[in-house]
Design a protein around this ligand. Structure first.
Ligand code: HEC
Ligand code: HEC
Ligand code: HEC
Ligand code: HEC
Ligand code: HEC
Ligand code: HEC
Ligand code: HEC
Ligand code: HEC
Ligand code: HEC
Ligand code: HEC
Length: 317
């Protein structure tokens, strides 16, 4: 017994030490062991030109005070890498020439003005590309459309409540996606404007593998299952389109004039889009007794479990 306990202790101890080593020697953020890091976030090779944030503070007291209140202040604590990874110069590049010239607008310092979205994002990504959330930025519709990190984030003038956002959701998103705004004003909608659901619950604003930058749940299922778990199944009797085409086969995700966010105002019209008597379609047609002038219009009054059932092949329960 004694030996077994010792063994258990060892099992606990070894991974803890390994963890300690990683924390102890790894960089505070970013730089993954084994992957060669660039010389500096800004790609500058001549490291003698970095003067340190205290020097900047001398003339930019206000900016420095604000900087101290943001998460980027933490970069000053990271002494394992050089000055080029710390403070102001990690973003603005080496400041020696700017300082020696006595500072000034447009004088030898990187300002983010008049440069491509790509170049801006590259600077930020030098530290941020390693998180899972951001590693797909390069494939995002945002990047491909020249939207850069600082179109949504503002290191010095953030107005959002968190994450240094230039505005909070959904206003941030509406500022460019004006076409989306009316959809969330419809009578039936996800309550995004009320803050109950966020755009980024469904979309990864930083990019991902699915179309429309949709998020997928951990299980790679549709994003909708994250909240509507009861629709996920698996069911003994699946309603095929829920699995093959997904929720948008019948629902409009943002908002709709129809109850339950349905694509069609009348349920039978929706169902009949597929359940017609087209030979060879693979979709069962309506039984002949389903007279559409009568009670058979309201399909889901009888076929209640339209998302799938564990009890009934025609979804009566
Ligand atoms: C995380 C990156 C980042 C860090 C760190 C950073 N800046 Fe900036 N800075 C920017 C960006 C981006 C802009 C462009 C304006 C904007 O979008 O807010 C900017 C703009 C400025 C400006 C122009 C005036 C203004 O307020 O927009 C000054 C001055 C400035 N930074 C000084 C500093 C100083 C001093 C520090 C260190 C205390 C610092 N910056 C740290 C990214 C950074
Ligand atoms: C000797 C004083 C002095 C020092 C030290 C100094 N600056 Fe400046 N800097 C200025 C002045 C003056 C301006 C122009 C007015 C303004 O924007 O505040 C300026 C402007 C800037 C701008 C905006 C440039 C533009 O074209 O709009 C940035 C960015 C900047 N400084 C960053 C830094 C950084 C980073 C450091 C530290 C490496 C630094 N400064 C150190 C005096 C200084
Ligand atoms: C289209 C707007 C948009 C763009 C472009 C964008 N972000 Fe974000 N970012 C957001 C929003 C919104 C959040 C907050 C998400 C939330 O509330 O869950 C966020 C969160 C973050 C966070 C904190 C949360 C986390 O997951 O770590 C970091 C760091 C970040 N973004 C970095 C970046 C970088 C770096 C870039 C450029 C490569 C970038 N962002 C581009 C909108 C954007
Ligand atoms: C030198 C490395 C470095 C660079 C360059 C850098 N960041 Fe960061 N960033 C950090 C660190 C470190 C944090 C704090 C992470 C933490 O708290 O875990 C951070 C945090 C953030 C956050 C999250 C804020 C929050 O409230 O959680 C955002 C957003 C962000 N950075 C955006 C940017 C943008 C935009 C740029 C480019 C203009 C940029 N960063 C450049 C290192 C960097
Ligand atoms: C600075 C402008 C801007 C901001 C802010 C912005 N976007 Fe975008 N977004 C674009 C552009 C441009 C495209 C690519 C063209 C298009 O599809 O409209 C795009 C594309 C998208 C797409 C992909 C559409 C597709 O066809 O694949 C989604 C989803 C999206 N944005 C969501 C968001 C969300 C969520 C926010 C807020 C967190 C946001 N956007 C903020 C400009 C912006
Ligand atoms: C409940 C989940 C959900 C929420 C919340 C959501 N979206 Fe979407 N969005 C989707 C789905 C699903 C699609 C894909 C629709 C399709 O493929 O027919 C989509 C498509 C889009 C598109 C592509 C163009 C289009 O309309 O098909 C954009 C842009 C977009 N959303 C932006 C936003 C913005 C901005 C917000 C917040 C104001 C937002 N979305 C909130 C699920 C959501
Ligand atoms: C972040 C959580 C969340 C995600 C993700 C989400 N929903 Fe919802 N959904 C809700 C909430 C909360 C409500 C209730 C709305 C209300 O009461 O305003 C709702 C309501 C609905 C309704 C209407 C229910 C009714 O009784 O009228 C439908 C249909 C719906 N969602 C479909 C979807 C689809 C399709 C997706 C994926 C594209 C999705 N939802 C993703 C949270 C979510
Ligand atoms: C084949 C068409 C179809 C598909 C596909 C579909 N739904 Fe529905 N859904 C409906 C109909 C019809 C209703 C209204 C039922 C009623 O009126 O009783 C509904 C109602 C809902 C409701 C509100 C009532 C309830 O049962 O909670 C939610 C939430 C919902 N669907 C979510 C989803 C999600 C999430 C998906 C994807 C996994 C999905 N639906 C796929 C047809 C569909
Ligand atoms: C996007 C196309 C589509 C829509 C819309 C649709 N269905 Fe289906 N439905 C199918 C397919 C495909 C099957 C499965 C056929 C199979 O398993 O061979 C099916 C199966 C069924 C079955 C089981 C039949 C059987 O013999 O197994 C019923 C009942 C049914 N659907 C009712 C409905 C109702 C009610 C609606 C409207 C709320 C609806 N469907 C909307 C495509 C659709
Ligand atoms: C009054 C109740 C009722 C209503 C309303 C109703 N059905 Fe049915 N449905 C039935 C019954 C009963 C069956 C036969 C069940 C069986 O064979 O066990 C059936 C069977 C089906 C089947 C299976 C056919 C097959 O060959 O397997 C489909 C598909 C179907 N209905 C679709 C619909 C659609 C679409 C609507 C709306 C337009 C609808 N039903 C409305 C009661 C109803």
């Amino acid at each position: 017994m004694y030996q077994l306990r010792q063994l258990k202790m060892l099992c606990l101890w070894v991974p803890l030490t390994a963890l300690g080593l990683v924390i102890g020697t790894g960089p505070l953020y970013g730089g993954r062991p084994g992957k060669a890091s660039p010389a500096s976030p800004t790609g500058t090779q001549d490291l003698s030109k970095y003067v340190g944030a205290d020097t900047c503070r001398g003339c930019h007291e206000e900016v420095f005070k604000q900087f101290e209140t943001t998460p980027h202040w933490k970069t000053l604590l990271d002494r394992r890498k050089g000055k080029e990874w710390q403070g102001c110069e990690a973003c603005h590049g080496p400041g020696a020439d700017h300082v020696n010239a006595g500072g000034g607008k447009g004088v030898s310092i990187f300002t983010f003005a008049n440069v491509s979205a790509d170049e801006i994002s590259k600077r930020c990504m030098a530290c941020h590309e390693y998180s899972e959330e951001h590693s797909n930025y390069s494939r995002s519709a945002h990047k491909l459309s020249e939207v850069s990190c600082i179109d949504c984030h503002s290191p010095h003038h953030a107005k959002g409540k968190q994450f240094l956002l230039s505005a909070d959701q959904p206003q941030l998103c509406y500022s460019c996606h004006q076409e989306t705004k009316p959809e969330f004003g419809k009578p039936f909608r996800h309550r995004v404007n009320e803050g109950l659901v966020q755009c980024t619950d469904c979309h990864n604003e930083h990019g991902g593998f699915l179309t429309r930058q949709l998020r997928s749940a951990a299980t790679q299922d549709a994003v909708c299952f994250k909240c509507h778990v009861d629709k996920a199944g698996p069911f003994v009797f699946e309603h095929q389109p829920v699995k093959t085409e997904g929720c948008v086969a019948c629902h409009v995700p943002h908002g709709s004039s129809n109850p339950r966010l349905l694509k069609r105002s009348q349920v039978n019209v929706l169902c009949l889009e597929c359940h017609t008597l087209t030979a060879g379609s693979g979709v069962p047609g309506l039984p002949s007794f389903h007279n559409q002038a009568q009670k058979y219009q309201a399909c889901t009054v009888c076929h209640i479990a339209v998302h799938g059932s564990n009890f009934d092949p025609v979804f009566f329960k």
